[in-house]
Design a protein around this ligand. Structure first.
Ligand code: PNS
Length: 364
């Protein structure tokens, strides 16, 4: 194992005795640095070498002019070799060794508010460490926008196409070893903002029946999104909403009537099965949910996280209705109407008439 190019070119590196680390083959190391050189400048950069082992990658970068490298290595068997290699190449002053597990080191660097122009990532194979480490780096915000992450991985463990702000831009294969190059960019850069394309939002719910509070949310959503589909679900995740007063068909009809003045920008529909599958089917990128009180939050948060897990391409937006609808809910409207209370102000006229009819039928 030797330094391939730069000021320490030809210097032999030790892999350490009784080592548990897998040193990068010189051929792969050469390929990695020529890929980097074709798109980025290693010279004068501040780098992070994770799962550094005996430090061959970071040392190669220092030899090629990197200003400083932080090496992270936890294995006691690898650390003496890493330190010896830095010493042999006279790089000790441009290097820092963090003898910590990678996840702890990343948190430590976050606390220090460190920022890196590039990351060398060569984790042990077969443990899902590439994605986990990318996610940790993304969350810690220690990789500067425009920076690169060079990943060495086993070909049977292909890296993700994107992980947070990191986008996969290049892959190469050398036998069983894969090289992947990520670039740090804000994830929104791949999706043009709403002004450049039609954004279709689904406003799902039981809507048993639709209230003026719901319609207030629809109006606000139309200020942001191009098309809002108010979608009646035949299955609610809320067990309290299992026995509906109105059939799904009637609920859609009431919504359709209430949206007549939106010029077709808000429409009514119904769906069965998973909400995210429905969104995918109709090309909706957004789910809207109305939030009233803090008590709504936990249920809503769980649903949003579950939907993201099921389909990360669909974003949930929470909107709040106007203050006068703070206490309006379909459940209370039905209850108050059933007990003879006046709900005329709380629901659209068509719904009010149907509620009255229901109450009359119920009391017969
Ligand atoms: O008005 P609701 O009852 O609070 O609305 C809940 C609704 C219909 C949005 C939710 O239960 C739902 O999305 N149901 C469809 C089935 C589904 O996708 N379940 C998983 C969501 S976590």
């Amino acid at each position: 194992m030797r330094v391939i190019a730069g000021s320490a070119r030809g210097r032999r590196l030790t892999a350490g005795r009784g080592r548990t680390v897998r040193p990068t083959a010189d051929k792969v190391k050469g390929a990695l640095f020529s890929s980097l050189a074709s798109r980025f400048t290693v010279e004068s950069s501040t780098l992070l070498d994770l799962f550094a082992g005996s430090g061959a990658l970071g040392i190669e970068a220092l030899s090629r002019g990197a200003a400083h490298v932080t090496f992270v290595e936890h294995a006691a068997t690898a650390l003496p070799a890493l330190r010896e290699n830095l010493d042999r190449c006279h790089f000790t002053e441009r290097a820092r060794v963090l003898p910590l597990p990678v996840d702890r080191a990343v948190r430590h660097l976050q606390r220090e508010a460190s920022g890196f122009d590039g990351v060398l990532l060569d984790p042990p194979y077969g443990q899902g460490l590439v994605t986990r480490t990318l996610a940790a780096l993304d969350a810690a915000g220690v990789v500067r926008p425009g920076a690169w992450i060079a990943v060495e991985h086993h070909v049977d463990e292909p890296p993700p196409a994107r992980c947070g702000q990191f986008r996969l831009t290049q892959t190469r294969r050398y036998g069983k070893t894969g090289l992947a190059l990520f670039v740090a960019e804000p994830s929104m850069s791949e999706s043009p903002p709403a002004a450049h394309r039609l954004v279709r939002a689904v406003y799902p719910g039981s809507f048993d029946p639709i209230t003026n509070g719901h319609l207030d949310v629809v109006g606000r959503a139309l200020n942001v999104f191009d098309h809002v589909i108010v979608a009646v679900a035949d299955t609610s995740s809320d067990p309290a909403k299992s026995g509906a007063l109105f059939s799904a068909k009637d609920r859609v009809a009431m919504i359709h009537e209430a949206l007549a003045n939106t010029g077709g920008r808000a429409t009514a529909d119904s769906f069965s099965g998973l909400l995210v599958d429905y969104c995918e089917r109709i090309g909706a990128q957004v789910i809207i949910r109305g939030l009233r009180a803090v008590s709504d939050f936990e249920y809503e948060f769980q649903m949003a996280m579950m939907n993201r897990h099921l389909n990360p391409r669909v974003e949930t937006f929470f909107m709040t209705a106007g203050a006068r609808y703070f206490y309006t809910s379909s459940r209370l409207v039905k209850q108050v109407a059933g007990l003879g209370g006046n709900v005329r102000e709380l629901v659209p006229d068509g719904v009010y008439q149907r509620l009255l009819a229901e109450v009359r039928t119920g009391s017969r």
